[in-house]
Design a protein around this ligand. Structure first.
Ligand code: HSE
Length: 433
């Protein structure tokens, strides 16, 4: 057998503790599979005394994770500190600079600095592994980087945030408001105390930016991701979607167009019959369109200690076996500059919910304004009975054919100025999944 692979774990929260448990509990099996022992040689965490369900007595404790990462005690550092800069970045840079492998679950770090870190890893002949950074336990990084390498990828899309999918699933089932479900999810520990990163779509955007680079061989460009979260989705939208044969999911979508790459995160209507529409609760799913294979969909747990530790330990095993590929599939120097797509027709059209004053001629005027902007309507439906003598606003749902967001917004601005609608309209893209 070769020398043991000496691992240093930076960050012993839920994921770090799960990684340590798995490495210890399954040490013999992993050693056999990898052809060498994997030992936890060093750890770094704030609280030394906490019971983490695993004996770490033999490991050397460090207070400074970057010092541990650069030390001669380890061959590989597992970075589970989190955050795009600070200690996490210092630790990863120190490890790579010393020629040590890095396994990280840190999507923010990679979304912001992934290309620079890949360059650093390649320069020092170190491995940079990050299966756990996107969709937790789903092996999507390896799938894109290695298993689907024979394909030209045209689109990647998926449900990449369990918190949002859990909230939308419960709103749909219970007919509840967003804020009520969020509060309950926080009370039960399914949503963070500060949920902005999840519900605002930013977590999905970080993950999508990483997938985009792997799928299309371009530099990571987080700033080019259009981001819209789920905070404006109401139970009335979920009910209307249901009646129209759709479900609403927060999707991250990246695709190649004639003019460049489009990356977007937003609530999306997907037809009920499609596999992505069936993904409920905290589960994640990623679909990849390859020119030879067709569509591949991966489904599984996107978060949590065990799922994330599963991905981390898979990466550690790759390092132990000496499997090293360019972190972003192609060498960092070969990555194409990111080229942002120009505005184009959205292939699936739009769902629009308006609060329309119930007056004769309102529908006709709205339809006319849409037509003036070149927008073709598939349907226009009032979702509440007319009350004689009252011009109280009533919900009206429009489904458009393919059009651009700019055209829809222009038409809605004009309809608003005409005085037919109350409040801001709701707009949700329909995706051909
Ligand atoms: N907060 C994420 C989610 C998991 O809700 O899916 C970590 O990326």
């Amino acid at each position: 057998m070769s020398d043991p692979l000496r691992v240093g774990i930076a960050g012993l929260g839920t994921v770090g503790a799960s990684v340590a448990q798995l490495l210890r509990q399954d040490a013999a099996r992993l050693a056999q599979a990898c052809g060498r022992d994997i030992t936890i040689a060093a750890v770094c965490a704030r609280d030394r005394g906490r019971d983490r369900g695993v004996d770490l007595g033999h490991a050397r404790w460090y207070d400074d994770p970057a010092a541990m990462a650069a030390s001669g005690d380890i061959d590989l550092v597992v970075e589970l500190i989190g955050g795009e800069d600070g200690a996490a970045r210092a630790t990863v840079e120190a490890a790579l600079g010393a020629g040590h492998h890095v396994v990280t679950a840190n999507k923010a770090l990679l979304a912001h600095h992934g290309v620079a870190l890949a360059r650093l890893a390649e320069k020092h002949a170190a491995g940079l592994y990050f299966e756990a950074a996107v969709a937790g336990g789903i092996p999507v990084i390896k799938a894109l980087r290695e298993s689907l390498a024979g394909n030209r990828i045209s689109r990647v899309y998926g449900i990449l945030n369990g918190t949002c999918n859990y909230i939308l699933t419960r709103m749909e089932r219970e007919g509840s408001d967003f804020s009520d479900v969020l509060a309950d999810a926080q009370a039960k520990g399914y949503a963070e105390a500060d949920p902005t990163f999840d519900i605002g779509g930013f977590d999905t955007a970080h993950k999508l930016a990483i997938l985009t680079s792997l799928a299309f061989g371009t530099e990571i460009d987080l700033d080019s991701v259009y981001v819209e979260g789920i905070t404006n989705i109401g139970p009335e939208d979920l009910a209307a979607a249901d009646e129209l044969g759709y479900r609403i999911k927060l999707l991250g979508v990246a695709l190649v167009t004639e003019t460049g790459i489009e990356q977007r995160v937003h609530p999306t209507m997907v037809a009920k019959r499609t596999p992505i529409a069936e993904i409920d609760g905290v589960t994640n799913a990623v679909a990849i369109d390859g020119h030879f294979v067709g569509e591949v969909m991966l489904v599984g747990p996107g978060a949590g200690g065990r799922a994330t530790a599963s991905a981390v330990v898979g990466d550690i095993c790759d390092a132990a076996r000496g499997i090293m590929v360019p972190p972003l599939r192609v060498p960092a120097s070969e990555l194409a500059p990111y080229q942002r797509a120009q505005m184009r027709a959205h292939e699936g059209g739009y769902y629009i919910r308006l609060s329309v004053y119930d007056r004769p001629g309102a529908f006709a005027a709205i339809a006319a304004r849409m037509a003036e902007q070149g927008i073709s309507l598939e349907s226009i439906v009032q979702r509440a009975a007319h009350s004689p003598g009252s011009s109280e606003p009533k919900p009206v749902i429009l489904i458009t054919h393919e059009t651009t967001e700019a055209q829809v917004r222009e038409a809605l601005d004009i309809i608003g100025a005409d005085g037919h609608i109350e409040r801001d309209p709701q707009m949700i893209r329909i995706e051909q999944a």
